[in-house]
Design a protein around this ligand. Structure first.
Ligand SMILES: Cc1cc2nc3c(=O)[nH]c(=O)nc-3n(C[C@H](O)[C@H](O)[C@H](O)COP(=O)(O)OP(=O)(O)OC[C@H]3O[C@@H](n4cnc5c(N)ncnc54)[C@H](O)[C@@H]3O)c2cc1C
Length: 249
């Protein structure tokens, strides 16, 4: 039986979750509104693979592209309500769009308000912030509903939230009984020359395809990093307001 998922929030946790669910064959839609907190970062310096750091917006754009390459689709819209139904969930946006799905991953730091009508979801109020109560794998206690990233009270760090998105996606894949082992790309013969079937989720590729994939990947990275980005980081709203006040006086 096929499974589908809406992932609410296209930040680092949601984008990583979407990459994993889509690669596992889950029909995945990311519904997102606004920009990731990471757009406030001035230069992202603690992500593995980027020894001198990386522009946070370039990193985010590449994460979006990765999720799209994996097969996820994207819808712009602020999610205002999730309703539990006999078959799963209905996810509604402020513009009146509605998605009926088996599973939902809430990865929408810092908005959990749209989950208020789902019986059984716990919320953790910490000062001005509200987190969704979930176990380490993002399970909320409501079957089919998960929380990922900062919204699930993970440390406020890109790699941790991205990794958590992957963990939560794999929990969803496991719970939905999607045939899956790991989503590895291996050299031809890695399994089959040991008389093993290629496990579900894995693929063996021949040497010419490996070289072709590497060439495409290198070319895409060259394009992505040729020009510096023009945008300024997004400033904290209270600093913007204070600067405007200073300008007025
Ligand atoms: C100034 C600043 C600098 C930072 N610098 C670093 C750094 O150098 N290194 C580091 O590791 N981490 C850094 N971080 C932390 C990092 O940005 C976050 O930990 C990470 O982005 C959290 O990922 P997330 O996916 O949980 O949330 P986010 O990346 O914030 O994504 C949440 C997404 O959900 C969307 N959304 C919210 N509500 C809804 C809704 N109702 N419907 C639809 N979409 C919704 C948001 O618009 C957003 O796109 C920084 C954070 C800040 C504020």
């Amino acid at each position: 039986m096929s499974t589908d998922a809406v992932i609410v929030g296209g930040g680092v946790a949601g984008l990583t979750a979407a990459t994993y669910t889509a690669r596992a064959g889950v029909d995945t839609t990311v519904v997102t509104d606004g920009e990731s907190t990471l757009a406030r970062n001035a230069h992202l310096e603690n992500v593995p693979g980027f020894p001198l750091g990386v522009n946070a917006r370039t990193f985010l754009d590449l994460c979006v592209e990765g999720a799209q390459e994996a097969g996820a689709t994207f819808e712009e819209g602020r999610v205002t309500r999730v309703e539990s139904t006999d078959d799963g969930f209905t996810v509604e946006t402020v513009d009146g769009a509605s998605f009926a799905v088996d599973t939902v991953i809430a990865a929408s730091w810092s908005d959990a308000s749209y989950l208020a009508d789902v019986d059984g979801v716990g919320f953790l109020d910490r000062g001005s912030k509200t987190f969704v109560d979930a176990d380490e794998a993002g399970r909320t206690g409501v079957d089919g509903l998960y929380a990922a990233g900062r919204l699930a009270e993970q440390p406020h760090q890109t790699v941790v939230c991205a990794g958590h998105g992957a963990t939560v996606a794999l929990a969803l894949v496991h719970d939905a009984d999607v045939p899956y082992y790991h989503d590895w790309v291996t050299p031809e013969g890695y399994f089959t020359e040991r008389d093993r079937q290629v496990p579900p989720g894995c693929v063996e590729i021949p040497a010419d395809e490996r070289r072709e994939r590497e060439a495409r990947a290198n070319e895409r990275m060259r394009e992505a990093f040729t020009e510096p980005r023009g945008e300024e980081p997004t400033m904290h709203p209270s600093v913007v307001a204070a600067r405007e006040d200073d300008g007025e006086h």
